[in-house]
Design a protein around this ligand. Sequence first.
Ligand SMILES: [Fe+2]
Length: 492
Amino acid sequence: MTAPRWLIATCGLLALSLSSLRCCDVVAERPTSGMTTPVDGLLVKPYLQLGDVLPGAVARDLRVLWQAEDQEAGWAVEYRPGVDEPWRLAEAPAMRRVAVPGVPPHRVYRATLKGLAPGGTFDYRVHRGGRLVFTAGGRAPRPPGQPCRFVVFGDCAAGTAAQKAIADQAYRARPDFVLIAGDIVYNRGRIGEYRANFWPVYNADVPAPALGAPLLRSTLVLAAPGNHDIERSAHDLGRYPDGLAYFLYWDQPLNGPIGQAGGPLIPILTGPEATRTAFLAAAGPAYPRMANFSFDYGNAHWTVLDSNRHVDWTDPDLRAWVERDLASARDATWRFVAFHHPGFNSARSHFGDQRMRILAEVFEAGRVDVVFNGHVHNYQRTFPLHFTPDLRPAGAPPRPDDRVPGRWTLDTSFDGRSHTRPRGVIYLVTGAGGASLYNPEQQDDPASWQPFTARFLSKVHSLTIADLDGPTLNVRQVAADGQELDRFVVTK
Ligand SMILES: [Fe+2]
C-alpha cells in the first residue's frame, strides 16, 4: 500500500499548531463519559463521511461532520488537497439541531470538502470563532484503476476492551475506508450510547490498543444498520427518545429504495408526537432513506442493505431495486454486498435467522463476489455457493422462525490459494468486532458446522482486511492482537 502521506501531513500540521496555535487535537484525551463537557466547543470531534453521492460516480467530495453546543459559534472549515496547495474555505457549514427528550439540545454540523482529487490525500482544519480548534487529514475516494484497502467488522461499540483493540488494529492497517457491518452501537443505538462507547473509541486522539484510534477523523467510515441500531423496537421513540441515532449522526448516500411507513421497508414510528417531530427534524432526509444505499469505490460497487426483520426482501419492488442496483454496476470489476444478518451461518447463536437467504439468487444473478455480514459474533467464511430457496406459496408470510430451507451447490474446490476463481458467492461473517464472542466451542468442532462453512473462528475478536488490486482480491482475517487467522485470494 502507499505510504500514509496524510498522516505525515497531519503530524506536520500538529507540529505547526503546537508552535503557533492551540489545537485541541494534540492535548491529552479528556474524560468523555457522557461527553457533556465540550472541549473547544466540540461535543464530538470532526469525522469524515461519504455524504450523498450518486451510484456509479466516484465521489470527489467528502463531508466533515462534528457536533457542538446549541449556540452560534462561528464555525468554519478549511481544506487543502495537498501540502503544496493553498488552503480553501469550505462553504458555510450546514447544521441540524438535535433536540430530543433526555439529551441536551446540540447541533450536528457538516461541511463539504468539494473537488478533491480522486484517491488523493488532503488536510482539513476546523475553526471556531476564528480560532483553530481541530486539524486532521484523510484520503479522497479512489477512482477505478487504483488499488485500495478496506476493513470490515461488525458488532462493535459495546464498551469492551476488545472493541478498542479492534479499532486500533483497524487504524494500523491504514485502510482507505472502513465498513461496519451493523450493530454499530450497543445496546439500542441511542445518542447516549454513541457518546459512551462510539465517539471516544473510534475518534480517540491517539491510537492505542487500550484506547481505540483516531479512525473517524482520518478515514472514511461507512456503516450498515443492524438490529441494535434500527430494528422495529427502536422505532418506539416513547421508549427510546434518543434512539435511531444512526439517522442523526451518519451521512451516507440517499439513493436506496423509497417506502412508506408500515410497508415492507419501514416500520411505523411511534411515541409522543413532539418526540417524533423532533426526531424527524434532526434526521432530515436521512430518515428513513439511509437504511439502504449503494456506492462505488475504486473498481468495486457496494450495495448496503437493511436486513432487519421489518424489511420484507421477498417484496417484488424491493428485490427489483437490488436487481437494478447490481445491474447498474455490471461494468465494475467487483460487486460487494454488506448487511447485518447473515443468511449462511453455522453458529448455534442466531442459527435460525436465515431470512436474507431469500436474496441469494438476486446476488448470484447480479454477479456479486462477496457478501459481508455481522450479527453473529465470530468469523465464518463459506465456500463459494449457489442457493435456491424452497418456494413458499405466493402471498404467504415468512416462516415465523425465519428459516429458509433450500438447496445449495458448493464450490469446494475453491481454496483461496491455488484455486482462486470461485463458482458462486462467498459469504463472510465478520461480527467479532468488539461484542462478546459467540460459540467458541464450535471452532474446533467442524462436525457442528453447516456444509457450506469453510472456516469458523470464534475464539478471538477479529476484523477483515481486504486489498483490492485490479482483478485480485486478497482478504485476511486478523485478530485483535494482529495475528493472521485466515487468508484467501479471489481472482477474476
Ligand atoms: Fe445483531
